[in-house]
Write a protein that binds this ligand. Structure first.
Ligand code: CS2
Length: 493
């Protein structure tokens, strides 16, 4: 296929005619050793890039079979390109382009082919970016969540699974039965102790079917945790235009991201791993402090600014940073969130906060507040509620967490201050609507009703008068004065 002006479609490195940097290795010389579940923009801007660096530096059979569990659009773009795509990195000092060669093949919405790929003896690692809601784990208690649609379906037909826990369990079983060593499972989603959590989900799911299998997984399968960080907005026409300009090819799978990239990984890979350190990854014994810093400061502030910003009419994170009152609330959130983190040797919390403000301000990155606002019920527990509990226990300021919660509660009403309706884009959207539709438009009523959502706001908070008063105070101003005025009032408190 070629573009309207007969520009060739990107399909081989030899097609590239432009300034884009090319892999310094021959992709076809390397076998596939990784299956990645969740082939979104984030994976292509992060782990696939670190793997590209690792292949260039140290070689190995570590190319990636990328799996889209549901959508087919991306695979349709990548398959004719033989997995090649352009990464556009937008720094404050300009834009760089490079072609990534680490994806060897793609599978889209094909559970049987996914299971076959997972059972390939050459596969040593399964990595995942399926978003918080994709796992089907009972986040409050650990283990699998039998009410998650994919988990429920896979418990009924475990031989033909299509969800994350079902696929991993079936593949680990088939490998055990065939005498093939288990793969290492590496979650790369923004969840606290993501490896431990995923391990509990897989063991819980397996245990519901076969306790011996669950024991085998508990004893033999490694689930290292990792913290990943790279701000990756959805690709736009500009991304594709920049890729075409840098490669001389039509590339329908191009992705754009910021220059910054961080990956902190627990070093527990019994079957070996790529030399991801060549792509800047840091290997540590315990990821928890890094992940807490990121979830509390970056992601927590992101969620606050997403709700407050979106409802103040700010479409992009950089627009939020250009609004003095919102920018002041971002700074306050970063400061107060930073204060409750346990000290981490070599980690300068002030420098981290300043760097985050700079990243949020990056004029070259168009990161939509509405994109970050998605899936609030999956994000707020680790980003806002867990830090709020620490702050409450330590007698530290918790107003920023109460304000973020109130902003989310206002967002759940599904209509802007100007009367424009919008979709919440949350897996619990129907439940939330039921909770808020049946109560008067009043801070105490809305807060009480949303606090009653099962497995959401921890009881330590929901029972705390100090917390509830603070949320009500913020929410009352937001409801009576509108978000923009409430942001101004909050910034000048
Ligand atoms: C964001 C994250 O969409 C969101 O919820 O907070 O995707 C954030 O951009 C990444 O975690 C940055 O590493």
């Amino acid at each position: 296929m070629s573009g309207p002006d007969a520009t060739p479609r990107l399909a081989a490195l030899s097609d590239v005619d432009g300034r884009a940097r090319l892999p310094t290795y021959r992709p076809e010389d390397h076998g596939t050793g990784i299956v990645h579940l969740g082939l979104g923009a984030f994976h292509r801007a992060h782990q696939a890039v670190a793997t590209d660096d690792a292949l260039a530096a140290k070689g190995g059979d570590w190319r990636i079979c990328g799996v889209s569990l549901r959508s087919t659009a991306l695979a349709e773009a990548l398959a004719p390109q033989n997995g090649l795509y352009t990464l556009i990195e937008r720094g404050t000092d300009g834009t760089r382009a490079r072609v990534i060669g680490s994806l060897s093949r793609v599978i889209a919405n094909d559970p049987a082919a996914t299971l076959t790929a997972l059972c390939d003896p050459a596969v040593k690692i399964v990595t995942l970016t399926v978003t918080e809601k994709g796992y089907g784990i009972d986040r409050a208690n650990g283990g699998h969540d039998p009410s998650h649609p994919a988990v429920a379906a896979d418990l009924k037909s475990p031989e033909t699974p299509s969800g994350v826990l079902g696929l991993l369990t079936a593949a680990l079983k088939a490998r055990r039965d065939a005498g093939i060593a288990p793969f290492t499972v590496l979650s790369c989603d923004n969840l606290p102790e993501n490896g431990r959590l995923l391990r509990s989900g897989v063991i819980g799911f397996a245990g519901a079917l076969d306790t011996e299998l669950a024991d085998f997984i508990a004893a033999k399968v490694a689930f290292p945790s990792s913290m990943v960080d790279r701000i990756t907005p959805a690709a736009t026409d500009q991304t594709l235009a920049d890729a075409a300009e840098a490669t001389g090819c039509v590339d329908l799978a191009a992705v754009e991201t910021e220059q910054f990239s961080q990956w902190v990984i627990e070093d527990h890979f019994p079957q070996g791993r790529p030399a991801w350190e060549a792509g800047g990854a840091i290997f540590v014994a315990d990821v928890t402090p890094f992940e807490r810093a990121k979830l509390t400061m970056l992601n927590g502030t992101h969620s606050m600014l997403a709700y407050a910003g979106f409802l103040s009419g700010r479409q992009l994170v950089r627009d939020v940073m250009g609004d003095p009152a919102l920018a002041a609330l971002v700074r306050r959130h970063l400061q107060d969130a930073g204060q409750i983190l346990p000290p981490l040797p070599g980690f300068d919390v002030q420098a981290y906060a300043t760097a985050l403000e700079d990243r949020f301000r990056n004029p070259a990155i168009a990161h939509a507040t509405y994109q970050i606002a998605m899936d609030g019920t999956e994000k707020l527990p680790q980003r806002i509620f867990a830090p709020a509990i620490v702050a409450l226990d330590a007698g530290q300021p918790m107003r920023p967490f109460a304000f973020a919660t109130a902003a989310w509660m206002r967002y759940t009403l599904g209509v802007s201050d100007a009367g424009e309706p919008y979709a919440l884009r949350d897996p619990r959207e129907d439940e939330i609507k039921q909770q808020v539709q049946s109560v008067p438009r009043d801070a105490d009523a809305i807060r009480s009703s949303l606090s009653a959502l099962p497995n959401f706001i921890p009881s330590q908070l929901a029972r705390s008068e100090v917390w509830n008063d603070a949320v009500d105070d913020c929410l009352d101003t937001i409801l009576t004065q509108g978000m923009a005025a409430a942001v101004l009032a909050e910034a000048h408190r």
